[in-house]
Design a protein around this ligand. Structure first.
Ligand code: GLU
Length: 449
């Protein structure tokens, strides 16, 4: 059997035993298909069934999360933690609270996290968790009660050397605070069991900015590799949450013109570009808890709101997905290419579907996959763990310097891994191989576990 046939067989078997987990299937196929040239040179990994093992989480916990809403009614949600792989460190990855969360969503995110965390070069395994709890429209007291109930169960499975959750969609500083408080109360220990904590109680400076800053640092390296620079470039970004905010903040600071943001209701086109005041307004918009982007257009008259559409129809040099999985599909890629896009950076996890990625490759447009470009968030979580371990705080400059170095190293690791298998300039292949080989080698060293 050729390596390609073997990989196809594993994909088919995984799909058959995880029916219905479509997002996980997409993420798994995306990675496995690119590993063929690497596995060709490593038959020992095929024999040790690394692919069969790496696609099966080490452990998954699913649990009931009962809580009482403000009207006194009992609500029941489902909580999850997928502890995917601990070959190179404790499970590490965020918690996502969103109505549409399923086991398949969290398995796709946990699977991506294995390779992303490996790329950071820090000792972190891969995991992800969350709940189908919908934070939109919930009062502060409801969010607190939910978080406390969620942590009452989750605290049995996590710990600073076991599994260290963080934020993701729907989980920010407030939720991390409520969960940390409950963990500390039940376990009677003050430890770095979560990252994304408030700075007063163990959080790292720059962690809120890190995903966006890291993505822009990665973009700058892509530009540099082509003898180009970010200055004066027009950038379309999606979303208006934490990741969009950090991305816009750094891009504007470095002289780019960010002309879009978006929400589930549509997108904002701001031809003048965001400035410091507008970037700061994104925090206000998010803080409103309404999950809509349209108020931006009322606040800043030069801009307009386009209902029900995505920002990928505007003319831009660079597109950066900062919202959700599969937010940029084939038809969006076609529109971007027709409008002359020069670089695409996936900042959301699996922001582009397979068809879109294929179109960018065919058009020779450098495409950065999320697991490389958005790794700055979890990397800075790793730096938060290091500070907690030392019982010290580092300065913002120190954290930012390390984050910047990590992103430069990830960029270079992607390019050199791609080159090794004869696919020069292919960040997707490079990220997957560079992320995979470290975890696979660790698994080989640790025996059949
Ligand atoms: N949720 C983020 C991610 O997708 C951050 C995870 C973390 O900091 O552990 O990488």
């Amino acid at each position: 059997m050729s390596t390609k046939e073997y990989v196809d067989k594993v994909i088919a078997e995984v799909k058959a035993k995880t029916a219905g987990e479509t997002e996980f299937h997409q993420a798994m196929e995306e990675v496995l298909n690119t590993l063929v040239p690497y596995l060709d040179k490593h038959p020992e990994m095929i024999k040790a069934k690394i692919l069969e093992r790496i696609t099966e989480p080490e452990r998954t916990v699913m649990f009931r999360v009962p809580w009482v809403d403000d009207k006194g009614e009992v609500q029941v949600n489902r909580g999850y933690r997928v502890e995917f792989n601990s070959a190179i460190g404790p499970y590490k990855g965020g918690l996502r609270f969103a109505k549409q969360v399923t086991l398949g969503t969290l398995k796709f995110l946990g699977f991506e996290q294995i390779f992303k965390n490996s790329l950071t070069s820090l000792p972190m395994g891969g995991g992800k968790g969350g709940s189908d709890f919908d934070p939109v429209g919930k009062s502060d007291a409801e969010v607190m009660r939910f978080c406390q109930s969620f942590m009452t169960e989750l605290c049995k499975y996590i710990g600073p050397n076991t599994d260290v959750p963080a934020g993701d969609l729907g989980v920010g500083g407030r939720e991390i605070g409520y969960m940390f408080g409950q963990y500390k109360r039940i376990r009677n220990e003050f430890t770095g069991v979560l990252t994304g904590k408030g700075h007063e109680w163990g959080g790292s400076l720059i962690r809120p900015e890190a995903t966006g800053y890291g993505a822009v640092y990665f973009l700058c390296e892509m530009l540099k590799a082509k003898g180009d620079s970010i200055k004066g470039k027009t950038i379309a970004i999606s979303g208006f949450g934490n990741v969009s905010w950090g991305t816009a903040k750094k891009a504007v600071e470095l002289g780019a013109k960010v002309v879009t943001i978006s929400g589930p209701d549509g997108y904002i086109y701001d031809p003048e570009g965001l400035n410091e005041e507008k970037v700061a307004y994104l925090l206000e918009l998010r803080g409103s808890g309404k999950n809509i982007a349209s108020p931006y257009a009322e606040k800043f008259p030069g801009s307009k709101f386009i209902a029900g559409k995505k920002p990928w129809e505007v003319k831009c040099d660079i597109a950066m997905t900062c919202a959700l999985q599969n937010e940029l599909k084939g038809e969006d890629a076609k529109a971007l290419i027709a409008n002359g896009v020069k670089y695409v950076v996936e900042v959301s996890n699996m922001g582009c579907n397979a068809e879109a990625i294929e179109l960018f490759h065919k058009a020779n447009i450098p495409f950065a996959p999320g697991k490389a470009a958005n790794a700055g968030g979890v990397a800075t979580s790793g730096l938060e763990m290091a500070q907690n371990g030392e019982h010290l705080y580092w300065t913002a400059e120190e954290v930012d310097r390390q984050l910047h170095n990590i992103m430069i190293n990830i960029h270079d690791a992607c390019l050199s891994a791609a080159k090794e298998v004869g696919q020069e300039g292919n960040y997707q292949v490079g990220a997957n191989i560079a992320g995979f080989r470290k975890v696979a080698k660790a698994m080989m060293d640790q025996g059949i576990v």
